[in-house]
Ligand binder design. Sequence first.
Ligand code: ZN
Ligand code: ZN
Length: 341
Amino acid sequence: MKAITFRDFGAPDVLQATEVERPEPGPDDVLVRIHAAGICYHDVLSRGGRIPGQPGRILGHEIAGTIAAAGANVPTERIGERVVLYQRLFCGTCRNCLRGRHDLCRNSRVLGEQGGGGYAEFTVVPARNAIAIPDGVEMTAAALAVCPIGTSVRAALGVAEIEPGNIVLITGAGGGLGLHQIQVAKSVQARVIAVTSSDDKAAIVRQAGADDVIVSSDLKFSREVWRLTAKQGADAVLENVVTGTFGESLRSAAQNATVVVLGNIGAQPVELDPGLVIMRRIRIAGSGNATFADVHMALHLLATKAVKPFIGRVLPFPRASEGHALMERRGVTGRVVLQGW
Ligand SMILES: [Zn+2]
Ligand SMILES: [Zn+2]
């Protein structure tokens, strides 16, 4: 089968189209013909050798396709089903898996981390990882149901537990996560205040549904949040940046707010004012991969058009390197999705 691999870590052009052996499904697996695969910034870091792993593998964990073959224990009726792949290959028996938190399974790995990823004609996954796509949701959109849309559902509805009428502050709002988080928050009738550092992102942030947009090149936005909320602050903060913004996010938080940490742009420790956290009873919580329930919610939001995926560019698979280059120099707004050979 055709696949995109890389022999060494390096610049985007290390990604090359080549022929590799097509994987065979085991008894509990399905063989999936891949129709669309999203390029995540995680893939860019993996290719550059900035995340632990080996070169030579097939990257990509944002995968939609159709079931082409099924193992002996999988109902043959599933062949032909349109599916999105839950990105984490989990054990299914640990206490986290048993309570539906497959995202926390410690005996697991993410598709594409050690190969088997989405930049290929086919992949093999356990049948339980293949989730049916509702009618009316296109493959390119479905590819984003796990990440970034499912990730946004986890942060906004799972961790921050955003409710109607809540005020939600979103940093890095013009990024791939932010644009989807805005829509997820609006789907439950929250009020969204979006922060972006550049003027040219303001229009698209508004298009995504933000009620207020703060363009803040110096990242001093808390005063404006205070003004916009009549000194109440934000009930939830979705922090996609953290480096250079975390202090202002805490200062923007309302009493008893939840500040969700998703971003790690600078990959460096940040300062925290304990007095502020105590005074306002702020909860700081990390968030990561979607759960199965989050993916189902993401698919529902896509099917009902409550969330419209932001896809900046669709490229054929052999041009994956171009997609990586675009991501790296932030030359595109929204996701780059690979589709077709
Ligand atoms: Zn991703
Ligand atoms: Zn487990």
